[in-house]
Write a protein that binds this ligand. Sequence first.
Ligand SMILES: Cc1cc2nc3c(=O)[nH]c(=O)nc-3n(C[C@H](O)[C@H](O)[C@H](O)COP(=O)(O)OP(=O)(O)OC[C@H]3O[C@@H](n4cnc5c(N)ncnc54)[C@H](O)[C@@H]3O)c2cc1C
Length: 467
Amino acid sequence: MADVFDAVVIGGGPGGYNAAIRLGQLGLKTACIDKRGTFGGTCLNIGCIPSKALLHTSELFEEAKAHLPKLGIKVTPELDLGLMMAHKTKVVSELTKGVEFLLRKAKSEAIVGEARITAPGKVEVKGKDGTVRTLETKHIVIATGSDVAMLPGVTIDETQIVSSTGALSLTEVPKRLLVVGGGYIGLELGSVWRRLGSEVTVVEFLDRITPGLDGEIGKQFQRILSRQGMKFQLSTKVVGVEKKAGALAVTVEPASGGDQQTIETDIMLVSIGRRAFVDDLGLEKIGVKLDTRGRVVTDTHFATNVAGIWAIGDCREGAMLAHKAEDEAVACAERIAGKAGHVNYDAIPAVVYTAPEVASVGKTEEELKAAGIAYKVGKFPFTANARAKTIAATDGFAKMIADAKTDRILGVHIMGASAGEMIAEAALAIEFGASSEDVARTSHPHPTLSEAVRQAAQGVEGWTMQM
Ligand SMILES: Cc1cc2nc3c(=O)[nH]c(=O)nc-3n(C[C@H](O)[C@H](O)[C@H](O)COP(=O)(O)OP(=O)(O)OC[C@H]3O[C@@H](n4cnc5c(N)ncnc54)[C@H](O)[C@@H]3O)c2cc1C
């Protein structure tokens, strides 16, 4: 006999588990299904969390090696990669168990198994032992996330040719690492292994790294990463790879075609992006519409074209970010419960957790130019920020963009230490419809890095005081 629910969420990542928690809070009898065996999705198991654990520990290693001696602290660090990985594994395990606790607390049932939608209102779950459970429900939320995008002609074996998943679990530091793709995942994982001793080369198809980020920041960011020892080959594509006596011979050529070149490497990381994952869900049979990129099509309230079926997170359009999935989860759950959930996509920040960090929210100058919107810009470098000097982290700057007529903040872009923490202030300002003057006149504690954001805000009206 079928178990009956008000809502069944397929996928236990930041989209799925947050939807299930919010639905439970709103009094709906909810189940959250994930086939992985642990909850938390890509983010907690093989994404945000393990990568940030390794970024933190590898940064400490490099600090101890290269920076602490300059500050009068002499240490000779020795790497224990096994222990470093054990820290990562422990964090992942604690947080994934934490999600199960949160689901229980919200009275949402956590089910391990592979789900398939057999009809609107009907979900079949195949457990690891092969048993099949049938669920009946008023609402189905698809939150099945994304998977690694493949490079044509290249097979990922997760030992020599790895995706981000393999790159998070290498058992020794490769002498040479070739990163295919200059987006945030490639640059973060490239930074981890460079800090631990690898020679890292990034091959990027476009003529810039981190496409989508502010162009000015993108250029300076690349300069800083190059200074740290990362090599870049832009406007270049990988056309083939051959395994040769424990190493790889990677053939590249200019993006627009031309002479080929071979790059020898020990490990190749394929990080050219991610694709929406809705495989084997049964969507074709029940007629849920997908777009040309295989993403579930929804209206602005996350409803698909089939009544009672909703979609959120990486499997639908938009930035593939954990907090975007979470925001959509809350709004979708509230819509299901008859409330007015809503997501403001202009106030969703994005962060690259390298050193320095790069963080942005709202529009870039390039986007505003393309849209013909007149704007003013204020900027402030961390070289002129007292706290940045005290912590010896003066790379980067803060930049605020405001509407030329109304002064409403349209975008904030920060490159610098702790940029990922500071961007929350900017997201809040945009969410509240603040003007640059509002931020410029808000007291910021001294000495903090966040004062750079205030100085950039003052710069919009031309009254930056500390430069
Ligand atoms: C290396 C890396 C680093 C990242 N770092 C960051 C970061 O710092 N910040 C950030 O915001 N984002 C980051 N991301 C992106 C982030 O992980 C995703 O945007 C986020 O996980 C999307 O959440 P989701 O719930 O939509 O999907 P997912 O987290 O992908 O979860 C989907 C879940 O659905 C399950 N599933 C799929 N099909 C079925 C089925 N038929 N039955 C049952 N279960 C199913 C899968 O097992 C999976 O667990 C990173 C990603 C990677 C790969």
